[in-house]
Write a protein that binds this ligand. Structure first.
Ligand SMILES: NC(=O)c1ccc[n+]([C@@H]2O[C@H](COP(=O)([O-])OP(=O)(O)OC[C@H]3O[C@@H](n4cnc5c(N)ncnc54)[C@H](O)[C@@H]3O)[C@@H](O)[C@H]2O)c1
Length: 333
């Protein structure tokens, strides 16, 4: 599910390159996976996960990876009810069907379920960190609340073989969209800053860009899923953080790095690259915006149980992503 999205397209490619498996994939869109549509090991269905008949087809397979979701922050305030349907109602129906069929459900949740963490918060532990989500008036938390409830539902559902993946800011080629070209609204920060750089506009630092995140290459994320496939016995019934703790930066630092990488990709002096501009969260995203100031994962569980550790350094991940973005949207500006 969601095989046509950012993570899905990388996972699909890796499955075809590294295995001889057959894949049944469902998504509402397919432009990122055009190269696989003629592959005779791939059956693609352009359909909505909200359709019960689609769910029935999906759960005929022994392993189900659910990546389908509305997951861009710009939509959490404006379309909270739709975000909750997408991140709770649909995965709950899928979990029910997997519990009946016996399929192993690998569900992509989010690091946002850890909620409103403070600037000095310590590493987030999958099974013991306390969780504080913002008030209902701060509708930014619609996504995290729905994802958290789905996790709780899956963990409590008798007969379900489940694994939860909590991504910490994956980055790479094909992430999100360029507004007005192949999507509308506000994409996540990597595509947001990339768009500003390519268009020669200032990079908007929401609330000063002091919040910190651990940016993680999507290739590390794919490797994690393969470690999980290889050690299913250790992964069932567990939630895993997937993130790169060595790549922690503030959003202001990320903007600085992206400006410098963009200058080198374009062969320009850094002074000729767009600068930054501080904006308020509510002005930029709308009423109901809120944030968590630090999101640092504990990664010991994935290492101890699955032997997985993210490896790709921040600069390499950003360079790959920006080079791709500049090349992909070369005709769009
Ligand atoms: N990329 C990250 O850093 C990150 C961080 C936290 C959580 N996640 C989670 O990982 C998963 C995948 O994220 P992504 O970055 O690939 O997102 P994405 O938006 O690129 O991909 C999601 C895909 O799901 C599809 N989809 C949405 N609703 C659907 C529906 N009703 N029926 C069928 N298809 C539907 C979309 O068309 C899209 O192709 C999501 O659950 C997301 O919440 C990702």
């Amino acid at each position: 599910m969601g095989c046509g999205g950012f993570i899905g397209c990388h996972l699909l490619k890796a499955i075809f390159e590294r295995t001889s498996w057959r894949v049944f994939g469902v998504d509402l869109e397919s432009y990122r996976i055009q190269e696989h549509l003629a592959n005779d090991r791939f059956e693609f269905l352009c359909a909505d996960l909200a359709d019960a008949a689609v769910v029935e087809r999906i759960v005929r397979y022994p392993v189900v990876v659910n990546l389908a979701a509305i997951c861009t922050p710009g939509r959490y305030m404006a379309e909270a009810a739709e975000v909750i349907r997408s991140n709770y109602d649909h995965p709950r129906a899928l979990a029910d069907a997997c519990a009946k069929s016996g399929s192993w459900l690998i569900h992509f949740s989010t690091s946002e379920i850890y909620g409103k963490t403070a600037a000095d918060s310590s590493a987030l532990e999958e099974d013991s960190s306390e969780i504080v989500l913002g008030p209902v008036t701060a509708s930014r938390w619609s996504y995290a609340t729905a994802k958290l409830l789905t996790e709780r539902y899956m963990a409590g559902l008798a007969g379900l073989n489940w694994t939860v993946v909590r991504p910490f800011n994956f980055v790479g080629p094909f992430m999100d969209f360029m507004p007005g070209v192949d999507g509308e609204g506000i994409p996540r920060v990597l595509a947001n800053f990339s768009t500003a750089l390519v268009r020669g506009e200032s990079l908007k630092l929401v609330n000063g860009g002091v919040a910190k995140r651990c940016f993680t290459s999507v290739h590390d994320a794919v490797d994690f899923v393969f470690c999980l496939f290889a050690k299913a016995d250790k992964g069932v019934g567990q939630a895993f953080n997937v993130g790169n703790v060595d790549n922690e930066v503030s959003i202001a630092e990320l903007a600085g790095l992206m400006r410098s990488v963009f200058a080198s990709v374009k062969g320009k002096p850094e002074n000729d690259v767009p600068g930054v501009e501080v904006v308020s969260g509510e002005d930029y995203y709308g009423k109901g915006y809120d944030d968590s100031l630090r999101r640092l994962p504990s990664v010991a569980k994935a290492e101890n149980l699955l032997g997985f550790m993210a490896k790709i350094p921040l600069k390499e991940a950003i360079e790959e992503s920006l080079r791709w973005f500049v090349g992909h949207y070369v005709d769009a500006c």
